[in-house]
Write a protein that binds this ligand. Structure first.
Ligand SMILES: *Cc1c(COP(=O)(O)O)cnc(C)c1O
Length: 444
């Protein structure tokens, strides 16, 4: 009963032909070979190399250039130059790489982006900074003469959605407890995301801060960045965007949106490697009005004065706490340079084409088996991954990992197909999704 009909077989063949055509016409196709494991020859000779890798949105592949870069770092920058490298390059690295990322992928003018701690720690630092000028600090905020900061007395609520990534929710619970504030929850649909209407309904004169993921980690839904930013500002509050699932796959225009704060992950589409540091963005005119909560020696005006008390540096440097994770930044350099070279618009175009193709395969081959789409069909509401729902997906995911097809599973019953624009091909997508169909035929 589960055997494929001749029709299904010819549909799969037609889709394969389309995948090949799409790869042949893909202007970004050559970038794939700049990443380890994508060359069929190496891949075939490497035990356990995925046949289809659908987790570039969770842990991106390493760039080939990172191998040489890390080797050179060990021998030359660390091994030979030793402590002299701090002066020669490392002190400025978090800001220089931040500016490069801001220009390539965030629509951020220089001086607003830095590479820092983990995503979780940076979310804490920026969210906590944003809610610091409460009523008792209002005089200081007024002195800072910033219209938003000055009007923030009495704002006691932080808005967040129930389906945001766990670390985002947990951090805000802690901050709310620390500051005596209240979390105001938006009840988000796990098969969609947060709408401007929901945000508007949650905002009031009590709102201090709104924290949202721009692309939802579960469904791949993309929120209305500029629209929601404006709503939040109209209510006199600040917005902190979590860009973990956006950066390097969709167009983000922080300056044009007027965004206040943003944080995003370095090891997903940015391919920085496991535990590579995250980035933070603080809009230029807010920087000197905010005080970050983890005051360390690297964020002061004169680092080597080693003075008696903390005097925050002017500008973005004040958001740095301690010694920057130089090793952790190594593998970020080349992917950021590639994004700059290709242009984020071309990356987004490929991302849309990949997710559209995945949806086409889903409709043709998986929908007849009871699979539904948790990701919006409308491209403008979709990030770089597609989530497929079926009650058997937990088992399907486990079976796929056995055969080196690597998507991931998220409750309630979603299989996430992450499609990384620089490293995923259409034929890889086709091959992996055929494996999804085969696993469903066996297990469902
Ligand atoms: C991946 C991700 C994180 C990761 O946080 P870490 O501190 O790197 O573990 C945070 N938020 C979102 C929305 C993510 O997708």
């Amino acid at each position: 009963m589960n055997d494929l009909t001749p029709d299904a077989t010819s549909t799969a063949q037609a889709l394969f032909a389309r995948a090949q055509k799409l790869d042949a016409a893909d202007p970004l196709a050559s970038y794939r070979s700049l990443f380890y494991g994508t060359d069929p020859a190496t891949a075939a000779n490497t035990q356990g190399m995925p046949i289809a890798y659908f987790d570039g949105n969770s842990l991106g592949r390493p760039a080939l250039a990172s191998f040489d870069r890390i080797e050179k770092f060990l021998r030359a920058d660390w091994g030979t130059r030793l402590i002299r490298s701090w002066d020669e390059q490392w002190m400025e690295l978090p800001l220089e790489l931040g500016d490069a990322l801001g220009a390539a992928a965030l629509g951020a003018a220089p001086g607003q982006t830095f590479i820092g701690d983990s995503t979780s720690v940076l979310l804490y630092k920026l969210a906590r900074a944003a809610v610091a000028p409460l009523s008792e600090d209002v005089e200081r905020a007024k002195k800072a003469a910033h219209p938003i900061a000055a009007g923030r007395g009495g704002r006691t609520e932080i808005v967040v959605d129930s389906d945001n990534f766990p670390t985002d929710r947990y951090l805000l619970e802690g901050i709310a407890a620390e500051r005596g504030m209240t979390l105001r929850w938006i009840d988000a649909d796990t098969s969609a995301g947060v709408t401007p209407e929901q945000v508007a309904a949650a905002l009031s004169e009590k709102t201090a801060l709104v924290l949202l993921s721009h692309v939802a980690y579960r469904s791949g839904f993309m929120a209305d960045g500029p629209g929601i930013t404006k709503l939040v500002h109209d209510a006199g509050a600040l917005i902190l965007w979590d860009l973990s699932h956006s950066v390097g796959s969709v167009v983000v225009e922080l300056d044009a949106w007027g965004a206040d704060l943003a944080v995003g992950c370095g090891y997903k589409y940015l391919c920085g490697g496991p535990g590579s540091p995250a980035f933070g963005y603080v809009r230029a005119d807010l920087q000197d009005t905010l005080e970050q909560p983890i005051q360390g020696w690297m964020g002061v005006a004169d680092v080597f004065a080693m003075g008696p008390e903390y005097v925050a540096a002017a500008g973005i440097r004040r958001f740095i706490t301690g010694t920057p994770p130089v090793i952790g930044m190594l593998a970020l350099h080349d992917p950021i340079a590639m994004i700059a070279e290709v242009g984020i618009a071309a990356i987004r175009a490929k991302s849309i084409a990949l997710t559209e193709f995945a949806i086409e395969v889903t409709d043709a081959l998986l929908a007849p088996l009871g699979v539904t789409l948790a990701t919006p069909r409308e491209a403008s509401q979709r990030g770089g991954h597609v989530t497929l729902n079926h009650p058997a997906m937990r088992e399907v995911n486990a079976a796929l990992w056995e055969v080196d097809v690597i998507p991931d599973y998220r409750d309630p019953h979603g299989l996430r197909i992450g499609l990384s624009p620089l490293t995923t091909s259409f034929t890889e997508t086709h091959l992996g999704m055929l494996a999804v169909r085969d696993a469903l035929l066996r297990l469902a």
